[in-house]
Ligand binder design. Structure first.
Ligand code: SF4
Length: 408
């Protein structure tokens, strides 16, 4: 299993698969083709289906600037390696192709063509890691520190600061979120209203406000941290801020929680997928909930077994969660879904700590079911913005414009 540094990436939203990865692919391709007069990019499958809403074209043009870019959208065609494929072609002044490359965005901002990094963990699943920690009397965060080395704490410090920046920007911003849906930022109002609530309700409202703040920043193409993706980037920061505020957990506690959360996210990424185009939203928000549940259980003082149980519950209760973003924008249901997953993560942690930690289904079992369920989900519900909420919204708009029963 690879370093958790590859799981937590700082970048601009709204989508690790649709903006961060295509941006890097474009920058890398142009660096390898310095004489390019113009760039032609063809987006396939999921990258084309939700690319406009996810601002893929904006990210590519921005990365290529000042080289002009022509973009073709081939939503009905998928390339063989992954549903999110892209073909980059360098053109000369006469429009002739002087170089080309096919790339795949495989989730969490990663590219299939990335230089393979070494597997640094001696284990690749959670069951042997849990056994190791129990036998050695270690915490998960200690295990991560030993494998990753001392520099991981500085890295995680930078991640925590980036998460805080996203929360603060999101809490102070106001107004409409671009895209034409008429969705507006709610984090600021939620936080303001929380002041008039009694302590328990106030904490819950602030948890939601933090999740909204980051998810709204993401929807506005602001800087966020993949945890494990941009679309799910509000869940973990919200839970960590909740503990900072409610229980006065210090920076060291938070960084240790980030290490443990990263370990669980890494196991899910390595053994299943965090790409919604492959496994639906359960791979994004479901894994984010599992990560945050593990972090919360640790911050509540749970044993390794209770932490593993919390993470298992966080993932298990997201099985089958479809990815159906309205108009391909990372707004409906995505923003609200981040807040619900943050609340569920804390509930899973409480549940695990109230129990003795014994459970029949392991986190590894849940990860294998994530992959199985994701592969069984019809393609329509894996980031195509064609079915589910996206489909019903388009139908309603068509009926409003053309009359009942008329879809066009
Ligand atoms: S529905 Fe889930 S997976 Fe799909 S774009 Fe929204 S947050 Fe990402």
């Amino acid at each position: 299993m690879k370093t958790i540094r590859e799981l937590y990436r700082i970048g601009t939203g709204p989508s690790s698969s649709h903006t961060m990865a295509p941006r890097r692919a474009t920058e890398r391709f142009l660096a390898e083709h310095p004489g390019t007069a113009a760039l032609r990019v063809t987006l396939y499958g999921g990258l084309a289906a939700t690319g406009k809403g996810h601002l893929t074209d904006v990210a590519i043009r921005d990365a290529a600037d000042p080289v002009p870019v022509e973009i073709a959208w081939e939503a009905s065609e998928e390339l063989p390696e992954h549903p999110n494929g892209m073909r980059l072609e360098a053109l000369d002044d006469a429009g002739a192709v002087i170089g080309s490359h096919t790339e795949y965005s495989i989730g969490g901002g990663a590219l299939l063509g990335d230089e393979p990094s070494p597997d640094i963990y001696p284990h690749s699943t959670m069951t042997p890691i849990l056994r190791h920690c129990q036998e050695a009397g270690e915490s998960f965060w200690e295990y991560v520190g030993q494998v990753e080395g001392d520099s991981i704490w500085e890295f995680l410090g930078g991640i925590w600061e980036a998460m805080n920046r996203a929360v603060e920007r999101g809490l102070h911003a106001d107004g409409a979120i671009p895209g034409g849906l008429g969705v507006y930022r709610r984090a600021h109002a939620l936080y303001s209203k929380s002041r008039m609530l009694e302590s328990g309700f106030r904490a819950d409202a602030r948890l939601a406000a933090y999740a909204y703040a980051v998810a709204e920043e993401n929807a506005c193409a602001g800087e966020v941290v993949t945890a494990p993706t941009c679309g799910a980037s509000g869940v973990l920061p919200a839970v960590l801020c909740y503990f900072r505020d409610e229980f006065e957990n210090d920076r060291e506690d938070i960084l240790r929680a980030l290490a443990t959360a990263g370990l669980f996210g890494n196991v899910a990424k390595s053994n299943a997928s965090i790409s919604a185009a492959l496994v639906g939203c359960q791979g994004e928000v479901g894994v984010a909930c599992a990560m945050a549940a593990a972090a919360a259980a640790q911050l509540f003082g749970g044993s390794p077994q209770q932490i593993e149980y919390a993470a298992e519950m966080g993932l298990e209760h997201h099985f089958g969660l479809t990815c159906d973003p309205v108009r391909g924008l990372v707004q409906i249901p995505c923003i609200e879904r981040n807040a619900h997953a943050a609340a569920r993560a804390i509930s899973c942690a409480r549940f695990a700590l109230l129990s003795d930690g014994l459970h029949r289904i392991t986190f590894d079992d849940a990860v294998s079911v994530l992959l199985e369920t994701g592969q069984a989900l019809p393609r329509l519900y894996r980031e195509t913005a064609g079915g589910g909420l996206a489909g019903v919204y388009e139908k309603r708009i068509a009926e409003r414009d053309n009359g009942p029963g008329r879809s066009s």
